[in-house]
Every structure is written in C-alpha cells, then in structure tokens.
Design a protein around this ligand. Structure first.
Ligand code: SAM
Ligand code: ZN
Length: 286
C-alpha cells in the first residue's frame, strides 16, 4: 500500500522535507536519505535513532487489537466514519491521516466509508505499526514521533484524526489542505466511570476540554462538537483487555485487577463517552 501513499509523504531528514520515491524495499529522497520498509509492511520515518518514547508496548497493542476486533468500540468507529464522510465531500481532497493510529482500526473504518481514499496510520510504536500495516488495503503505516515534524507533505490531507492520542496542532494544521478537517476524539468526564475507581485506573483530566481548546486554538477553529455515548456490558476478559490496552496498564497490578473484577458484577456495565470535535485550520495556521 505504500506505493499509493508515498506521494503524500516527505523525507524527515531534509529541511522542509523533500519528496520520497519507492526503490525496491526502501523509500528514498533526492538527497540520498533512505528508509527501509519493514517486512511487515510499515516504513519507519523517524529522523534518526530510537525515539525517546517508544509508544505502546507489544502487550498493550495485542490487548487493543483483540478488544477492538471484538467490536466493542464499533459504534464509536462508525460515528467517526459518519462524521468523516459528511465532512469530506470533495472527491479530490487528499489523504486521511490518523495521528497516533495505534492498530489502525479507526482509520480502516473511515476508509471503508471513503471509497478510493488513501490513509496514513502514524504511530511511534513498532508493534502498533505492524498491525496497522495490515489494517486496510488502502492504508499505509508510517513510524514517526508526532511531537516532531510529521513526515507528511504540506497540505496533503483532507482529513486528520486524533483519537485518544497526543496531538501536535501546528503540524496537523500544516498537513491539512484548505477546507480540510481535523477530528479529535477525547474521553468525556464519565468515560469508563464504572471501572476507574474500582480498578484503580487512570482518571480522565476534567480540564481536558479547556486544555484541548488552548492547545488547538492557535492553529484551528472549532467547527462542531458532539458526544458519542453508549453503555457496554463487558465480561471480565474484555474488561482486562480494556485496562491492558491503555495507560492504566502501567498502574494497575494484575493482583489488584483480579480483586477489583471480583467485586464488580459479570458482565460489567461500562459507560463509553467520547467527545468528538471537528476543527478547520484557522487563518493563523503555519
Ligand atoms: C491510547 S492509544 C490510541 C490508539 C488509537 N488512536 C486508538 O484509539 O485505538 C495512543 C497511541 O499513540 C501512540 N503514541 C504515543 N505517543 C506517541 C508519539 N509521540 N508519536 C506517535 N505516536 C505516539 C501510542 O503508541 C499509541 O498507539
Ligand atoms: Zn531527504
């Protein structure tokens, strides 16, 4: 899939990022920088050396892949795809970039709703990239650190998605075409509320909405916001996967998870509440 995506990418080593071309098992720029394509199909476009933060661990990625494959968040993916299809009406409007894409599950759902469109799954985690490289026939998986310059050409994207992931406002604005949209999904205050206390999970930062607005406002204007909300009934293995796939996996000991699960019913009612906001690049974008 890299062949169709390569035109949207740019060299992370060249100032202002030169274009890349595929030569055998590598991507190369005109200045001789080369990047190997991994056997699993992703290309690592990190400028040099290992990243400071390697992203999600193999265990977190495996838990995320299994949890999402079971369809528990299919409603959320469908809601995002519906918004994407409504927002992205022009047929010539660039690729779809998922920044912090994880396994590429949401990007794949979006691409199913956007026929012919190419997707870029950006993530720093090699385990995630291996899964994302196979997420969809029109998606390419690209290794990068979203806090640095994205290896994506200026104005290449018609739509960018950032769901439960770090976001670099200036870079997202740079890669969006005029008229493009940024979709941001963040947990609402009561997301997973039934699990947070009993299982000692990481709590949602209740100032997040204000913080998000402050982070994005230099480059973006808010277009619309909605909330996706449902109640799931999860068995204990699914709850364990939900804990293991996110930041709480660093904090919740297996022993206390088992004890916490004992105290919860089976299945466990779980609120899923995600704020989905759509932004357009503002006049002050880079
Ligand atoms: C909570 S997961 C969300 C993944 C996906 N958006 C989803 O909802 O399934 C956050 C993702 O961001 C990635 N990530 C964290 N820091 C990153 C960085 N600095 N650059 C690129 N990806 C990063 C992690 O590896 C992980 O896959
Ligand atoms: Zn180069």
């Amino acid at each position: 899939m890299l062949d169709r995506a390569v035109g949207y990418l740019r060299c992370p080593q060249c100032a202002k990022g030169g274009s890349l071309a595929r030569v055998g098992g590598t991507l190369r720029c005109a200045n001789g920088h080369r990047f190997d394509i991994a056997r699993s199909g992703y290309v690592n476009l990190l400028p040099a050396g290992p990243p400071k933060n390697p992203g999600d661990t193999p265990a977190m990625v495996a838990a995320r892949r299994d949890f999402l494959a079971a369809g528990h968040f299919a409603g959320l993916a469908g809601a995002l795809a519906e918004i994407a299809a409504t927002e992205l009406t022009s047929p010539a409007a660039g690729c779809v970039v998922d920044s912090g894409a994880g396994t590429g599950y949401y990007l794949a759902t979006l691409l199913d709703r956007l026929p012919g469109r190419v997707g870029l799954a950006l993530d720093v985690s090699k385990s995630a990239l291996r899964v994302a490289a196979r997420a969809h026939p029109r998606a390419a998986a690209v290794g990068c650190d979203v806090w640095r310059q994205l290896p994506v050409a200026d104005r290449a994207a018609g739509l960018a998605l950032s769901l439960f992931a770090p976001r670099n406002a200036a870079e997202l604005a740079r890669i969006l075409r005029p008229g493009g949209r940024l979709l941001v999904g963040t947990p609402a205050a009561d997301h997973l509320v039934e699990l947070i206390g009993p299982l000692g999970m990481v709590t949602v930062d209740e100032t997040k909405e204000t913080r998000l607005a402050g982070q994005l406002s230099p480059c973006f204007d808010l277009d619309a916001a909605t909330e996706y909300r449902t109640e799931l009934h999860l068995d204990h293995p699914a709850v364990s996967a939900l804990v293991a796939m996110g930041p709480s996996s660093w904090h919740v000991e297996p022993g206390s998870l088992a004890a916490g699960l004992e105290r919860l019913g089976d299945p466990v009612p779980v609120t899923v509440a995600v704020r989905i906001a759509s932004y357009r690049p503002g006049p002050r974008r880079p």
